[in-house]
Design a binder for this molecule. Sequence first.
Ligand code: PGA
Length: 248
Amino acid sequence: MRRKIIAGNWKMNKTPTEAIALINELKPLVATKDADVVFCVPFVSLIPAVEAVKGTDIAIGAQNMYFEESGAYTGEVSPGMLVDIGVKYVIIGHSERRQYFAETDETVNKKVIKAFEHGLTPIICVGESLTQREQGITIDFVRQQVKIAFLNVTADQAKNAVIAYEPIWAIGTGKVATTEQAEEVCSAIRMCISEIYDVATAAAIRIQYGGSVTAASAADLFSQKDIDGGLVGGASLKADFGKIVNYK
Ligand code: PGA
């Protein structure tokens, strides 16, 4: 039985001072024995966030990292730096990074490999645009993103990965995918993992849905066979996140 994982993607929101206040507000609300809970906060809030969740089961994640160990890469943050401060997860290939910061399937793959090398759990984001959905190529497109993301990743590593299926048209728009749409793609992703690796790897890997998840939609989405939780943006910055985590 896969354990649910519910992660908040704070994006570029909250100063470190505000972040700690929000973490302290959310801490009692997200307490659960039934799911892994992750707060993916901006880089500058990572250190105080790790400190603020000490003594709880909440893990801290970054929203990006670079795929080199160190060197002349002004402005970048390495996986070793994240590990050193106690970060456990890293979001890789979010559609906003693909759209605004020129991330490609190839850089996503390099980052996934590096994250595993350092013992970080990648939350690998995939998802189609509205045009692609209308063209009927959603599954083909997402399968391609998954296949490239996992190039040269071993089955043992892949088992521990998290994939977030986030249709771009559903992110920050209030237009949540229907449970059928979300389950169809998450199930196709699991099938793709089973083709790349084997049935055991596909059964172990956790697949989240992301895109306008709210307290009202969480229960239906997260109870689908192939949906193992969510990557939550807007609603993760509010007390509602507690309801999403305790969706049952
Ligand atoms: P949203 O964002 O919940 O605000 O739609 C989700 C995400 O981008 O991870």
